[in-house]
Write a protein that binds this ligand. Structure first.
Ligand code: BYC
Length: 478
């Protein structure tokens, strides 16, 4: 297994000490990162021991070690997946050529932009989640949000490494900028829309890690195909950590659904859509869960960019950003004459039309994402079958509530029918969380920190982290 060197200030497996300029740049950035972490990371919990995993190797087996760590002392570092010998560019106009180990001059701006956008999302999510510790429904959940946070911090390191190593002074400036923008800030917002939304409660957190982290997975998978090998390797390792984040989200929502169903059953409530009765039991009512899905799913779809995009076509052509599972796709990987079906507004309705496949890279990635989300919905809906509750959750239509791309100028209901602005205004609170719904969710958020105990609105997990027992003290608060 390729081990990471932990004897140096910055753990790494990139032989950092052999590159004095880079080492100096990273060492100068580190204290600024720590300042940002202390200001914008988990509020009020920096001094406590948290049971965290730290990456100690980069192979798929046994890459992490678990132990108590105070978050500011977490060993962030630079980890790249192992180099694949004789790797060839798998798509675009350079297909079949050896991958690049140095940045190709003509693609400098493109790669820099992708690294900055990717890098910007990582600290943004930490900022969005910084108050969640205060309302954690259990020590298990508290530990999970902190785990997600430190790893998003490391993903920022991954992109800062790319910027500092390959982009000289420009890269240093971008690396500073990543610590200066702030989620939701009017003057210096984060770059992408969803990363300026609030994550004020745990239902939002679980939805975010289900849907928005899943966009992270899709984007990282596409960048992992890159012909620029260092970008590919850094994204491949980031994907190793991403799995747990989506697990936290999916199982978090699953546990909420399970608890609500149990409460409805125990109290003989036969209408699963009865909001008032569910709320009188102090659980999250199922219609509000549906609205939260509608919101987070649609806001996340915007992160794929415009369905038809020349930016995406250019980065595919250049061999810099591929498609999901590029190697498994059975075509010429150049998309010279292929077409791809893309949903668009045509004659007052949402219809699918074939467009040149090269321009539809973003639409295709969104399709892959939607397929992944459908399987999450199946898992969530299975809970209703298990609990014998007559209810189903579903994804809204892809055109619903969009602010980027083909549907950003129209109003569409969750079934995909175009509606007027008037109808939208009348019904939007039936489809998206209203202030009242959000206030109700917030009212449930009370911290539960007794080991093995859980807030009333969420069921315990099926298993502990790293095989720990139910009342394990994941965060030592004393
Ligand atoms: N908000 O051709 P277009 C993650 C801009 S999540 C604001 O439509 P393109 C994570 C776009 O920048 C994954 N602006 O799109 C998850 C462009 O502006 P410029 C993050 C937006 O370029 C949870 C213009 O509109 N990684 O890792 O084909 C926790 C036209 O662009 C938005 C990436 O996204 C928006 N939603 O695709 C932690 C991968 N959408 O530059 C982490 C890197 C578009 O012309 N980024 N715009 O002024 C990319 O691959 C692409 O930039 C995008 C957009 C997919 C984001």
């Amino acid at each position: 297994m390729s081990q990471v060197d932990y004897t140096t200030l910055i753990p790494n497996n990139v032989d950092l000490s052999s590159d004095a300029r880079l080492q100096r740049a990273m060492e100068q950035w580190y204290p600024k990162y720590l300042d940002w972490w202390n200001d914008m990371g988990p509020n009020g919990f920096q001094g406590f021991d948290v049971y965290l995993r730290t990456a100690v190797g980069v192979d798929s087996e046994g890459w992490a070690r678990f132990g108590y760590v105070k978050m500011p002392e977490y060993r962030w570092g630079i980890l790249l997946a192992p180099q694949v010998e004789n790797r060839k560019i798998a798509f675009g106009e350079h297909i079949g050529e050896p991958v690049w180990h140095e940045i190709p001059g003509e693609y400098r701006a493109m790669i820099r932009r992708l690294c900055v956008i990717q890098g910007d999302t990582e600290p943004a999510s930490v900022e969005q989640q910084r108050y969640l510790g205060e309302t954690a429904p259990s020590l298990y959940d508290m530990r999970n949000v902190f785990q997600v946070n430190v790893e998003e911090g490391r993903h920022l390191w991954a992109m800062v490494y790319m910027l500092q190593k390959y982009f000289g002074r420009d890269g240093r400036e971008e690396a500073e900028g990543l610590l200066q923008r702030r989620s939701g800030d009017e003057d210096r917002p984060r770059i992408l829309g969803a990363f300026n939304e609030k994550t004020p409660d745990w239902v939002s957190f679980f939805m975010f890690t289900t849907f928005t982290d899943r966009d992270g997975k899709m984007q990282l998978e596409s960048l992992a195909q890159s012909g620029f090998d260092p970008l590919s390797r850094t994204c491949r390792f980031m994907l190793t950590e991403e799995g747990h984040h989506m697990f936290v989200g999916r199982t978090g929502v699953e546990r909420i659904i399970q608890r609500t169903c149990q409460a409805l059953n125990e109290n003989g409530i036969t209408d699963p859509g009865d909001i008032d009765k569910a709320r009188s039991l102090g659980v999250v009512d199922l219609p509000t869960i549906q609205k939260k899905i509608n919101f987070h799913y649609s806001v996340t779809l915007d992160l794929f960019g415009a369905e038809i995009s020349t930016n995406a076509a250019n980065s595919f052509n250049a061999g810099i950003k591929g498609r999901f599972n590029e190697a498994k796709i059975d075509d010429d990987h150049q998309l010279k004459s292929d077409t791809y079906p893309v949903a668009q507004v045509i004659d007052g309705a949402v219809k699918t039309q074939e467009v040149p496949a090269l321009t539809a890279i973003n639409a295709r990635l969104a399709d892959d994402f939607i397929g992944d989300c459908e399987s999450v919905m199946k898992r969530w809906n299975r809970v209703f079958t298990e609990q014998n509750v007559d209810f189903q959750l579903r994804l809204p239509h892809r055109a619903f509530n969009r602010a980027v791309g083909e549907f950003s100028e129209v109003r569409v209901d969750p079934n995909g029918s175009l509606i007027t602005e008037e109808e939208w205004q009348l019904k939007k609170n039936h489809w998206l969380p209203s202030n009242n719904d959000l206030e109700y969710i917030l009212s449930l958020m009370e911290q539960e920190v007794r080991p093995g105990k859980f807030a009333n609105w969420i069921a315990p997990p099926r298993a502990g982290i790293n095989g720990q027992v139910g009342d394990f003290e994941y965060v030592k608060l004393n």
